[in-house]
Ligand binder design. Structure first.
Ligand code: LRH
Ligand code: MN
Ligand code: MN
Length: 424
């Protein structure tokens, strides 16, 4: 469905008075209001091409209907999100789940919606029809040179697609690992992975980055060859300046201090960016901010402070992406909620009195430090985020607009009820 300018202005006009009151209330308390609003307006989070359909588990999948049936329809869906929140102006492709058959057409379609191509993701965790070797026992770490070569070539092919689309990063996640003690020689697996990564690294264009994602477990349940940030950072340091560590929030063992990991990677110039989601038990891929919004805020607090200290540009010097899956929610509503949660955490972090916090830290005043952080965290910043969206041409309340305009119902009419989008 097409969202016209008048749909947006009609919707906003009806809510403007109530919004103005809330905005007025919060804006009086913020000295650097314009700076905060500008940063929020500029901030974009990429939408993964694999998260626009209903997700599922190995026990079942329950489609809500109207899912995008091809890459064009996925881009259209992201265009819809971006029209509403003005913060979803990028797409991250997973290849071969989403192969752009005609890159210039896809590029033109994306440009129509003001969408750029974020990092491209390779896939060596599933066997594809017609492929010579199997990834059953891994890809880049495999004991068989033929399998490693096939996986390296796939990554190089993904870079080529990315170059055509105007992307500038390859995001790499390996399922490589082992399920049982003794199955794998850890040092051998590490060395073989390093050799394979060197070949991929050598194929990166000048201005490209290699994002190395880590994950504690799954699909392997005894060891993962890039199982934590230490292993990822080892590879990134050995490979060179283009290689960095990607933090997927769901890829840690329970209760890991992710904000500390983020702070140190940032300090070392080795933080690639994020795959945002939330989790309670493992790699649950739940809506961002739905389980532990305080952790998300603490991460953003480290980001704001650390990026400012390094003179980094918030919106463009890291890769920002959602990596969530939607089992029981409408994927588009879920993505709107995730983007909103990210912007709320970011806005709260922008309100932290950094100087006062540094003074409290210097004086070992744990009480004052907590007061300062929670003062920001407990501020209802939703009117700020809404105002930034309004300034950028979006709607005051994206989920309400989506429901009022019966977007899903229209998509079902257009695409049918029995639809399966490629992806998770
Ligand atoms: C692995 C992962 C990785 C994949 C995506 C589909 O759990 O987070 O980023 O590319 O899921
Ligand atoms: Mn991920
Ligand atoms: Mn994951």
């Amino acid at each position: 469905m097409n969202i016209e300018k008048f749909h947006i202005s009609d919707f906003n006009d009806a809510r403007k008075q109530a919004h103005d009151r809330n905005f007025q209330h919060i804006s009086e308390k913020i000295n650097h209001l314009n700076e905060v609003l500008e940063k929020l307006e500029e901030f974009q989070v990429a939408i993964p091409s694999w998260a626009l359909g209903t997700g599922g588990t190995r026990f079942g999948r329950f489609s809500g209907g109207g899912e995008p049936r091809n890459l064009e329809e996925k881009i259209t869906d992201i265009g819809l999100l971006h029209a509403l929140n003005r913060s979803s102006g990028a797409v991250s492709l997973h290849i071969p789940w989403d192969i752009p058959e005609n890159t210039s057409n896809i590029k033109a379609l994306a440009a129509q919606y003001d969408i750029r191509f974020d990092a491209v993701n390779s896939n060596t965790f599933q066997d594809q029809p017609g492929q010579e070797y199997s990834y059953k026992f891994g890809s880049l770490h495999h004991t068989d040179k033929g399998v490693r070569q096939q996986a390296v070539e796939h990554n190089i092919e993904v870079i080529k697609y990315g170059v055509e689309l105007g992307s500038n990063a390859l995001s790499l996640w390996l399922a490589d690992g082992s399920c049982f003690p003794g199955q794998l020689n850890f040092r051998g697996a590490f060395k073989r992975t390093y050799e394979s990564l060197q070949e991929i690294y050598a194929a990166l264009p000048e201005d490209w980055k290699l994002y190395i994602e880590y994950k504690a477990f799954e699909p392997n349940f005894y060891s993962t060859t890039i199982g934590d940030w230490g292993q990822s950072l080892l590879f990134a340091n050995k490979l060179g300046p283009k290689a960095q560590t990607l933090v997927d929030l769901g890829h840690h063992l329970p209760n890991a201090n992710i904000e500390q990991i983020v702070a140190l990677l940032l300090m070392e110039g080795k933080l690639a960016g994020f795959h945002f989601n939330d989790s309670k038990y493992g790699d649950d891929d739940l809506t961002v901010g739905s389980i532990n919004p305080y952790q998300l805020f603490l991460i953003f607090n480290e980001l704001v402070e650390g990026m400012d200290a390094r003179g980094m540009h918030h919106a463009s010097d890291l890769g920002w992406m959602i990596d969530a899956s939607h089992n029981v929610k409408d994927p588009l509503e879920d993505l709107l909620q995730s983007v909103e949660a990210i912007k709320i955490a970011y806005a709260q972090a922008l309100l932290v009195d950094t100087k006062a916090l540094q003074a409290a830290q210097q004086n070992n005043d744990a009480v004052a430090a907590q007061e300062i952080l929670q003062q920001a965290y407990r501020t209802d910043v939703r009117p700020l985020v809404a105002q930034a969206r309004l300034n950028a041409g979006g709607v005051l309340d994206p989920v309400a607009f989506y429901r009022q305009h019966k977007v899903r119902e229209n998509l079902i009419k257009e695409r049918g009820l029995k639809t399966v989008a490629t992806g998770l």
